[in-house]
Design a protein around this ligand. Structure first.
Ligand code: SF4
Ligand code: SF4
Length: 372
């Protein structure tokens, strides 16, 4: 299997709501191009695109390609689940939406200590084994957002899982918050393969500061900046697949160009990445990946309609390039969405942030910076 996975969580948007604002025609073209080049792995989830990601997968992949030509992973949303019967109900609905009889891989979605406790109360790991015995899940696992200690605890209790999805990229590799390296090493010790999410850190590593970009282009003017981030991840051993949440054909074609006949980073390239990492890390104010879990309506959303990831993006840009150029964008955003100054501190957003960001405090910082 080729190591580039198609993440179906940042698909092209359109005004037409028929497919939950996903542009079906453009997505069809991308999927066909991806399959034509021999790539086969798709990653979706109940919550992606407000529930439409799984439907689009069913429509564009499962309906149109023989089952043996692709692998698909989906994920169980456990956050608000109380009744174990909901596991089966949700799963059966997912099989139907995706148009498949079984999932090649299936995850308990976004486990942290709290969600893990919910999973244990519901008997979710045991339920996955039952689905495996029935042939409806080939390889059970989980996607993960917490500290290395939490991962160690989970795997010591459930070493039977067959794949763990981790957030890994060159910026988070040594991060105190995400702890990518430590988590990766734990999986390796347990002999469990890893699938990698956020290799480009929500797209931010495709658009890095000019000094860091120069390190890459001086070494290889033909390689895209994003390619360094994806190849960095794919160069590791014990990796099943590196996911990229691709939004347009240009990104897809670029990714496929170097992942079709993948060559790992050499020692000099690894050194370039190390230098770029040091430069970039010195400028990121808020490490938001724009995953939008904090504002997703299926998670409850923000009652004040604050566009949290956009606020953080503008703040990060203002730190990098100066606040003056971004005040206009900030005020424009406030015409469409909620004002951070009006946050009622309900905490709904923070509980869903895989990066563990203190969103309430950070929004105060953003609001104060742009109001001064
Ligand atoms: S704490 Fe503030 S930003 Fe977060 S969901 Fe509540 S109102 Fe929205
Ligand atoms: S604040 Fe957290 S949950 Fe919200 S978009 Fe950023 S990383 Fe995702």
């Amino acid at each position: 299997m080729k190591k580039l996975g198609f993440g179906l969580m940042r698909l092209t948007y359109t005004e037409d709501k028929t497919w939950g604002n996903i542009d079906l025609e453009k997505t069809r073209e991308m999927i066909d191009a991806y399959m034509a080049e021999g790539f086969t792995y798709f990653d979706t989830a109940w919550v992606y695109h407000g529930g439409f990601s799984e439907r689009v997968f069913g429509e564009l992949v499962a309906k149109r390609y023989p089952r043996e030509q692709f692998q698909v992973t989906s994920k169980m949303p456990l956050w608000n689940m109380k009744d174990p019967a909901e596991l089966q109900k949700t799963f059966d609905e997912q099989l139907k939406k995706c148009g498949v009889e079984y999932f090649d891989y299936y995850f308990l979605h976004a486990l942290n200590r709290d969600v893990f406790a919910t999973a244990e109360n519901l008997g979710a790991f045991e339920w996955m084994q039952k689905m495996k015995a029935e042939g409806k899940i080939k390889h059970p696992g989980f996607s993960f957002h917490d500290s290395a200690d939490a991962l160690e605890m989970m795997l010591s209790k459930h070493p039977e899982v067959e794949l763990v999805q981790l957030q890994i990229n060159y910026i988070d590799w040594e991060s105190d918050n995400v702890q990518s390296r430590k988590c990766y090493e734990i999986c390796k010790r347990y002999g469990i393969p890893v699938s990698i999410m956020e290799p480009i850190k929500g797209g931010s590593l495709a658009n890095i500061m000019s000094d860091a970009k120069k390190i890459f282009t001086d070494y290889n003017p033909d390689a895209s900046v994003a390619s360094w981030a994806v190849r960095y991840c794919a160069s590791m051993d014990n990796i099943l697949v590196v996911l990229s949440g691709m939004s347009n054909m240009e990104q897809l074609k670029d990714n496929m160009s170097y992942m079709k006949d993948f060559v790992p980073l050499n020692a000099e390239e690894q050194e370039c990445v190390k230098k770029a990492t040091e430069l970039i890390k010195s400028t990121i104010a808020i490490p938001c990946t724009a995953c939008r879990y904090c504002v997703d309506e299926t998670n409850g959303g923000c009652p004040m309609k604050i566009n949290i990831p956009r606020m953080f993006e503008l703040y990060n840009e203002s730190k990098r390039y100066g606040i003056a150029s971004f005040k206009w964008h900030y005020n424009e955003e406030l015409k469409k969405t909620g004002n951070p100054a009006e946050c009622v501190e309900c905490g709904n957003c923070q509980g869903h942030c895989p990066q563990g960001l203190k969103i309430i405090d950070l929004l105060k910082e953003v609001s104060s910076a742009f109001s001064s």
